[in-house]
Design a protein around this ligand. Structure first.
Ligand code: MLC
Ligand code: AMP
Length: 510
C-alpha cells in the first residue's frame, strides 16, 4: 500500500507500483489481471505517445472514448505527461463537443474510431492540432499504434499540488457549461481521506461498473483504489447480471442509486451473495430511504450513502462504523467544513433549519476554467463554495439533502440542466415556449419531461424528440413531451415548475 502522504495521484500510483509491483490493479470480467507494474508500463507508453503528438505540461488532453482498461490508463498517462485531463461523456453530440473543445482548446483529442471523421472536422474548425483514436476494447486505434514500441518508463517529477490535474464540465443553470478545474491536491487529498474513512486496503476488490468520464467512476472509485493499492474488477458498463456473477470476487461496490434498485429487482441478488461484501456505497443522486431499508432487509447490510459534486469531490459520508442513516448523507468528511446558509442573505442558519449547503476544504476546486466571474459568484467571501443543494443538519449532526436551489434534474446519476434543454426546445420551429421538469422515475430516480406551448398544431412528441436527437445527448432528451395552451406563471411572470411537477408526477412513477 502506498504509505507516503502525497499531493498528487500519480505519485500515489507510483508508490504502489514500487512497493507492490505484482499486486493486481485491474481485473477483467474474464479474470485476466493487469498488475500495477504492467499498468505503469502501459501508462508510460501512452504518455510518450501523447508527448509525441506535441502534448506539453499544462496542455489539455480531451478524451471521448468507450470505457476500457486502456481508456482508464489514459488518465494516468495524462498525469504523467503533466497534462490536464478532460474526460467527456460518450453521449455528447457533435454540437456539444464543439463547445467543450472550443472552450478548453486541447492540444490532443482522443475519440472513438467511428467518430474520427466527424471529430477531425471539428478539430480542423477549432484548430486542435492532434487527434488519436481508441476502440471500445482498448486494444485498437491510432493511440494503440502510437504507443506500441514506446519506452515503458517515463521520468516522473511530483506535480505542483496546486497545478491542474483535470477539467470536468458541468452543465450550467444558465447558459454555458462550466469547466471545473481540479488540482492535484484536490484529488489526492480526497482520495486519501476517503481511503481512511471507508477503510480501503490493498485487499479490496472494487466492483467498478460506473462510467469513467465523471467524478464518481473516475475519481472516487479509481483514485481511492490507487491510494489503497487495491484492485478494481473493471466492467465496461452497469449490467446487473454481471454484478451478480462477479460479486463473490469483490469486497466493495460503488454506484448510483439506480444500481441498487436494479440489484434489488434481480433474483440472483441474495443475502448470501451480499454477505461476502464489505461495503456498498451510493452517491451522485438521492438514495431513497425506502431503497435503503429494502436493501437492509434483504442483505442485513446498510448502504453507505455519501454526497459530492464535480466541483468539490466528496463532501460528506455516512460513517463506516455507526448508524448509516436512511435519507441522510452523513457527516462532513475530515478536513471539510460544511454549513447551512440562507440562500439570499448568506447568513449561517441554526442547526435544523433548511438552507443552502456550503463547503470549504482541500477538496474544493480551483474555479471554473476561464470564467472568473462565475467562480466569484459561487463562492462566499470567506471561501465557502455554494453548492446549490438545499439541506439541514439533524440533532445528531447528520446532513440531509432535501432539494436543490439550482434548477437541476438528476437521471440515473447524470445531471441535466433544464435551461439547456429549454434553449434547444425553443429553437424548434413551431414551439413558442417550453418548461423542462424532472418527475419521479422508478428506475432512474427522475425523468426529463418537456412541457411545451406550440404554435404548430401538427407538432407531436415524436417530432419534438426527433428534432432534439442530434442536438442533445440522449440522457438529456425528454422522455415525454406534454403540450399545453399556456405555461403557468406567477405574478412575476416566472414559470411555476412546482405546479407542473405536481401535474405530471405520475407519468413514470411505477
Ligand atoms: C442511460 N440512458 C439514460 C441514462 N442512462 N437516460 C437518462 N438518464 C440516464 N442516466 C438512456 C439510454 O441511452 C437508453 O436510451 C435508455 O436510457 C435505456 O438505457 P438502459 O440500458 O436502461 O440504461 P443503462 O445503459 O443501463 O444506464 C443506466 C445507468 C447509467 C444508471 C446504469 O446511466 C449509469 O451508469 N449512470 C451513472 C452516472 C454517473 O456515473 N454519475 C456520476 C456523476 S458524478 P435509448 O434511447 O438508447 O434506449 C457526480 C458527483 C458525485 O454526480 O457525487 O458522484
Ligand atoms: P455533478 O454536478 O454531476 O457532480 O452532480 C452533483 C450533484 O449531485 C450535487 O450537487 C447533488 O445535487 C447531487 N448529489 C450527489 N450525491 C448526492 C446524494 N447522495 N444525495 C443527493 N444528491 C446528491
Amino acid at each position: 500500500m502506498a504509505s507516503a502522504i502525497s499531493d498528487d495521484m500519480f505519485s500515489l500510483f507510483i508508490g504502489t507500483c514500487e512497493s507492490s509491483p505484482d499486486a493486481p490493479f485491474l481485473i477483467g470480467e474474464d479474470g485476466t489481471v493487469l498488475t500495477y507494474d504492467a499498468a505503469r508500463a502501459r501508462a508510460a507508453q501512452l504518455a510518450h505517445a501523447f508527448c509525441a503528438q506535441g502534448v506539453k505540461p499544462g496542455d489539455r488532453v480531451a478524451v471521448q472514448v468507450e470505457k476500457s482498461q486502456t481508456a482508464l490508463l489514459t488518465w494516468l498517462a495524462a498525469l504523467q505527461a503533466g497534462a490536464v485531463y478532460l474526460p467527456l461523456n460518450t453521449g455528447y453530440t457533435a454540437g456539444e463537443l464543439r463547445y467543450f473543445l472550443g472552450d478548453a482548446a486541447p492540444a490532443l483529442v482522443l475519440c472513438r474510431p467511428a467518430d474520427e471523421a466527424a471529430m477531425a472536422a471539428i478539430c480542423a474548425e477549432l484548430g486542435v492540432p492532434a487527434l488519436l483514436t481508441l476502440d471500445g476494447e482498448g486494444t485498437g486505434g491510432s493511440l494503440v499504434d502510437a504507443a506500441a514500441g514506446q519506452p515503458t518508463t517515463f521520468a516522473h517529477a511530483p506535480a505542483d499540488p496546486a497545478g491542474l490535474a483535470a477539467i470536468l464540465y458541468t452543465s450550467g443553470t444558465t447558459g454555458r457549461s462550466k469547466g471545473a478545474m481540479l488540482s492535484h491536491a484536490n484529488l489526492a487529498s480526497n482520495a486519501l481521506t476517503l481511503r481512511e474513512y471507508w477503510r480501503f486496503t490493498a485487499q479490496d476488490r472494487l466492483l467498478h461498473a460506473l462510467p469513467i468520464f465523471h467524478t464518481h467512476g473516475l475519481f472516487v472509485a479509481t483514485n481511492i483504489t490507487i491510494a489503497a493499492g487495491a484492485a478494481m474488477i473493471f466492467l465496461p458498463r452497469f449490467d446487473a447480471d454481471a454484478l451478480v456473477r462477479l460479486m463473490p470476487q469483490a469486497s466493495v461496490l460503488m454506484g448510483v442509486p439506480t444500481f441498487y434498485t436494479r440489484l434489488l429487482g434481480h433474483p440472483g441478488f441474495t443475502r448470501e451473495l451480499a454477505a461476502g461484501m464489505r461495503l456498498f456505497i451510493s452517491g451522485s443522486a438521492p438514495l431513497s430511504a425506502e431503497t435503503h431499508r429494502e436493501f437492509s432487509a434483504l442483505t442485513g447490510q446498510a448502504i453507505l450513502e455519501r454526497y459530492g459534486m464535480t466541483e468539490t469531490n466528496m463532501n460528506t459520508s455516512n460513517p463506516y462504523v455507526g448508524e448509516r442513516r436512511p435519507g441522510s448523507v452523513g457527516f462532513a468528511l475530515p478536513g471539510v467544513s460544511l454549513r447551512i446558509a440562507d440562500p439570499e442573505t448568506a447568513a449561517v442558519l441554526p442547526q435544523g433549519d433548511i438552507g443552502v449547503i456550503e463547503v470549504k476544504g482541500p477538496n474544493v476546486f480551483a474555479g471554473y476554467w476561464q470564467m472568473p466571474d462565475k467562480t466569484r459568484e459561487e463562492f462566499r467571501v470567506d471561501g465557502f463554495f455554494i453548492t446549490g443543494d438545499l439541506g439541514f443538519i439533524d440533532p445528531q449532526g447528520y446532513v440531509h439533502i432535501v432539494g436543490r436551489a439550482k434548477d437541476l434534474i438528476i437521471a440515473g446519476g447524470f445531471n441535466i440542466y433544464p435551461a439547456e434543454v429549454e434553449a434547444a426546445l425553443d429553437e424548434i420551429p413551431g414551439i413558442a415556449e417550453s418548461a423542462v421538469i424532472g418527475v419521479p422515475h422508478a428506475d432512474l430516480g427522475e425523468a426529463v419531461v418537456a412541457v411545451v406551448k406550440a404554435t404548430d398544431a401538427a407538432l407531436d412528441q415524436a417530432a419534438v424528440q426527433a428534432a432534439l436527437a442530434d442536438r442533445l445527448a440522449r440522457f438529456k432528451q425528454p422522455r415525454a413531451v406534454v403540450f399545453v395552451d399556456e405555461l403557468p406563471r406567477n405574478a412575476m411572470g416566472k414559470v411555476q415548475k412546482a405546479l407542473l411537477r405536481d401535474a405530471h408526477r405520475a407519468l413514470f412513477a411505477s
